[in-house]
Design a protein around this ligand. Structure first.
Ligand code: NAP
Ligand code: ZN
Length: 360
């Protein structure tokens, strides 16, 4: 029998995949590895749709390996554990985020920063050992090393899956860059999946939050439902001017190329602009405004496994959940089109458990 994704591993699996840069998804039969001694096998219940899925489905970052089964905000229920698994039992609720492997011995791995390991293995569109393409959570089952699996807190609804990427990606830089101190004034640019979680975490840390958005129609909800203190339209120069030098830090979640200078102007001296959005092309970074106020521009990538569990436990304790639109699997292509137009408040979540049906 010719080698195919369907027979390269022993366990039958089913999901939706894109075959080319059109990014259009359709049903896909493939296979998962046998549950190894340190592996957890679980049935996927919910999976969030991240803008990174869209970037990669369309090869916007230039590293796509087709077929792509996306999905890195995955929540499910354990169906099997390997003989040396210590942290999980059958029936446990679990989550998997953006990575499923790393070297476990480099200077980053040894301080719980697997996300910065040069050999980090992404949950999909990467290679696991043996040059096997990884496939994500738009699928019925997953088999993952327990180190990259987190406990899903009991009082957290399983459809809050976006915490696993949108949540940790905004929680981690707020903490690392010291933007979590009560009384600080934090800006959040782009009110999408990541942005709305940034607002919720920044508020939970006791900071004042200003949303900086291109969408005037998001203002009322941002203030009334998400708890933002104020709202700026980034394309309104008057509003931006009036808010100059008011922010201690900014989390920029924008998925497309956009002007940076107006954001630097919003920062106080010594303020920090943290980029977490990942536009496909470089943004223009004017240097003089950085020099003048000793300002800093940084980046941040998801978070390590220890911090991801910490973030989930914090979210469960403080009742921080994403605002989601739960959709059936066969709605995925429409959801991706709407995501491209910023037409979602604020994250799509696929109801995999109830709506993913095998075709054969
Ligand atoms: P999203 O839900 O689409 O949100 C992005 C938001 O950016 C939009 O809602 C919109 O907000 C704003 N925006 C879109 N186009 C814009 C433009 N041309 N100019 C100005 N603002 C624009 O996406 P997401 O899932 O939150 O992801 C955001 C970005 O973060 C993506 O690039 C994704 O790949 C990246 N990401 C990075 C990490 C990491 O570890 N660093 C992790 C996950 C995702 P308004 O309507 O409010 O303007
Ligand atoms: Zn993501």
């Amino acid at each position: 029998m010719a080698k195919s994704y369907e027979n390269e591993h022993p366990i039958k699996a089913f999901g939706w995949a894109a075959r080319d840069t059109s990014g259009v998804l359709s049903p896909f039969n493939f296979s998962r590895r046998v549950t190894g001694e340190k592996d957890v096998q679980f049935k996927v219940m919910y999976c969030g749709i991240c803008h990174s899925d869209l970037h990669q489905l369309k090869n916007e970052w230039g590293n796509s390996k087709y077929p792509i089964v996306p999905g890195h905000e995955v929540v499910g229920v354990v169906t099997e554990v390997g003989s040396k698994v210590e942290k999980f039992e059958v029936g446990d609720k679990v989550g998997v985020g953006c990575m499923v492997g790393s070297c476990r011995e480099c200077e980053n791995c040894s301080v719980d920063l697997e996300n910065y390991c040069p050999r980090q293995i992404p949950t999909y569109n990467g290679y696991s050992p043996g040059e096997t393409l990884t496939f994500g959570g738009y699928s019925d089952i997953m088999v993952t090393d327990e180190h990259f699996v987190v406990h899903w807190p009991e009082n957290l609804s399983m459809d809050a899956a976006p915490l696993l990427c949108a949540g940790i990606t905004t929680y981690s830089p707020l903490k690392y860059y010291g933007l979590d101190k009560p009384g600080m004034h934090i800006g959040v640019v782009g009110l999408g999946g990541l942005g709305h979680m940034a607002v919720k975490f920044a508020k939970a840390f006791g900071t004042k939050v200003t949303v900086i958005s291109t969408s005037a129609n998001k203002k009322q909800e941002a203030i009334e439902c998400l708890g933002a203190d104020s709202f700026l339209i980034s394309r309104d120069p008057e509003q931006m001017k009036a808010a100059m030098s008011t922010l201690d830090g900014i989390i920029d979640t924008v998925s497309a190329v956009h002007p940076i200078l107006p954001l630097l102007s919003l920062l106080k001296a010594h303020g920090k602009l943290v980029m977490v959005g990942a536009p496909e092309k470089p943004v223009e970074l004017p240097v003089f405004p950085l020099l003048m106020g000793r300002k800093l521009v940084g980046g941040s990538l998801i978070g390590g496994m220890k911090e991801t569990q910490e973030m989930l436990d914090f979210a469960a304790k403080h009742n921080i959940t994403p605002v989601i639109e739960v959709v059936p699997m066969d709605y995925v292509n429409t959801a991706l089109e709407r995501l491209l137009k910023s037409d979602v408040k604020y994250r799509f979540v696929l109801d995999i458990g109830n709506t993913l049906k095998a075709t054969n």
